[in-house]
Ligand binder design. Structure first.
Ligand code: FAD
Length: 501
């Protein structure tokens, strides 16, 4: 250990994102005479506001990016330390920051989040979007771009291809349908026409979180075009800030260098084979380019389907890697196969008195049959809150039970301007092949899918303003045998809410 211990805190929380801030906000008032520290690498912290428990497990809230002084003013026993943690010495219960200070702790909670898994490290033409800085860099580069290639099929890619205007987007997905992380092919079909249409003007108030910051922001393939036509073709920074969340693009103009509105072409079932520069291309002219890709582009992306696209830059949206590196050296943290710190049902890591929450951890307890971990905003809040409860119980030698929020997976978001609610095993994840699906779809209005296993509802996807979330949540939680209702369950002429009252 380089320096002398500056101070010992009862609780240290590492990370100023949703998980860390929620944890600190719980612990500080519960132990008003104890010293609490929040150590964070970023300049701002993320706070949850307007929290609303919509139903038993569904919640909605806004998130604001704020200066850390807001927290210190609210909780006099809380100190915010702006520096990255360089190492942890679990054995001697202390952490060392990049600026050389050493702080002791009784209980530690690691909430350092995750960063984008980049297709290529140190390639200036490959961008990942994670925090406010990277979103601003993306916006700046986009304003001069005529074509970008987006790689990935999760939430970030989905939002991005929908939002970008004035720049051609080539979207490479490894699956047979778009949005595979969240939906099946049916839901993807429902959403695809939205890529063909012009984006509705932003006159509808946004119900999901908005960011405010103290500093001014600087600045076989199918082709869908905004005019409605559809063509068929054969065939990390050292000190990361906290992750963005839903609506990260609101208030940020995602416009390229062209006049046209949206033009997205999707390349299905392919991955990136290699990325090479203009100079490298000149050196190996045998690269097969698509006719429209010929010409000079700063970078070229060769896909596993044999096509090569020239573009201004590539967005790598292929998932995240938990930020664990500074903690692993010299300690015995058990790390899960996805790179997260393993935590048990009390959010404890394998090191004594060290807890973890949010994107950095992997939930390694035996999950409820209706819950799965996804690195999402809601789960970061729930885990941060529950970790605080477990740390407090540990200090007070009290027992705690796994919180009810881990009983049923629920997530509310927006894709392509539709409200999207996902419940339980919404994509039949891990179910036996004898599960059944019931679907109701009205083009342009709603897509409702329920997943039944042995007559019981175990999951649902609700796209549009269906108002079915609470009823379906209840049906999933109470595991009522729905066999007698058959397909009537989704009969639009039956008011299902009254039916099951
Ligand atoms: P983070 O918010 O990443 O916070 C980590 C904190 O740790 C940061 O303050 C960072 O500065 C700090 N830190 C990191 N390393 C260190 C260190 N060594 N020492 C000290 N501090 C450190 N989720 C949704 O639910 N819905 C969405 O629609 C959605 N959209 C998203 C869109 C984008 C573009 C992105 C990037 C994410 C999106 N997410 C979404 C995911 C969601 O934002 C994350 O799951 C959530 O923010 C994770 O919170 P966290 O507190 O665990 O980590």
């Amino acid at each position: 250990m380089a320096g002398e211990k500056v101070k010992t805190f009862k609780f240290i929380i590492v990370g100023g994102g949703i998980a860390g801030v929620t944890c600190a906000e719980q612990l500080s008032p519960e132990f008003p005479s104890a010293d609490v520290a929040l150590i964070t690498a970023g300049l701002h912290i993320k706070t949850v506001t307007n929290y609303k428990q919509v139903s038993k497990t569904i919640e909605e809230f806004d998130v604001e990016e704020r200066p850390s002084s807001v927290l210190e003013e609210k909780f006099p026993n809380l100190t915010v330390i702006h520096s990255a943690v360089r190492s942890i010495h679990a054995h001697s219960h202390c952490v060392e920051t990049l600026d050389g200070r050493v702080f002791g702790y009784e209980k530690l909670c690691l909430c350092s989040g995750a960063r984008p898994k980049l297709l290529a490290q140190d390639n200036p033409f490959v961008l990942g979007i994670r925090d406010t800085d990277s979103a601003q860099e993306f916006q700046k580069r986009l304003s001069k771009a005529k074509r970008i290639v987006v790689v990935g099929n999760g939430g970030i890619a989905l939002e991005l291809v929908y939002e970008v205007e004035g720049c051609e987007v080539v979207w490479a997905v490894k699956d047979k349908a778009i949005g595979n992380t969240f939906f099946d092919a049916g839901a993807a079909q429902f959403l695809v026409p939205s890529l063909e249409a012009d984006k509705p003007k932003a006159d509808v108030p946004c119900r999901r979180p908005r960011y405010t910051t103290e500093e001014p922001a600087p600045g076989a393939a199918q082709t869908f075009t905004a005019d409605g036509s559809s063509r068929g073709q054969s065939s990390g920074s050292v000190e990361p800030g906290s992750a963005l969340g839903p609506d990260w693009h609101r208030g940020v103009e995602l416009r390229g260098a062209e006049q046209a509105s949206r033009r997205v072409s999707v390349e299905y079932q392919c991955e990136v084979d290699q990325i090479f520069s203009f100079e490298e291309r000149l050196r190996s002219p045998q690269q097969t380019l698509n006719p429209e890709s010929d010409g000079s582009w700063p970078v070229y992306v060769q896909l596993t389907n044999g096509k090569t696209f020239g573009c201004d830059f590539v967005v790598s949206a292929t998932g995240v890697v938990p930020n664990t590196e500074p903690f692993l050296h010299g300690n015995n943290f058990a790390v899960a196969s996805d790179g997260g710190l393993q935590v048990d049902d009390h959010m404890r890591t394998s090191e004594p008195d060290v807890f973890a929450a949010g994107d950095v951890c992997t939930a390694c307890w035996e999950h409820s049959p209706l819950w799965q971990q996804m690195r999402l905003w809601t789960q970061a809040r729930q885990m941060g809150w529950y970790a605080a409860r477990c740390m407090a119980a540990d200090v007070l030698s009290e027992a705690t039970e796994l919180d009810f929020c881990f009983e049923l997976f629920s997530h509310v978001t927006k894709f392509f301007n539709y409200k999207v609610v996902l419940l339980g095993k919404f994509n039949a994840q891990g179910l036996r092949s004898d599960h059944e699906l019931l679907v109701r779809c009205t083009k342009g209005r709603e897509y409702v899918k329920v997943v039944l296993s042995r007559g019981r509802m175990v999951g649902a996807v609700l796209i549009g303003d269906t108002d079915l979330e609470e009823t379906f949540e209840n049906l999933i939680l109470n595991q009522m045998d729905l066999t007698p209702y058959g397909e009537e369950l989704l009969n639009p002429n039956i008011d299902i809410e009254d039916y099951f009252d």
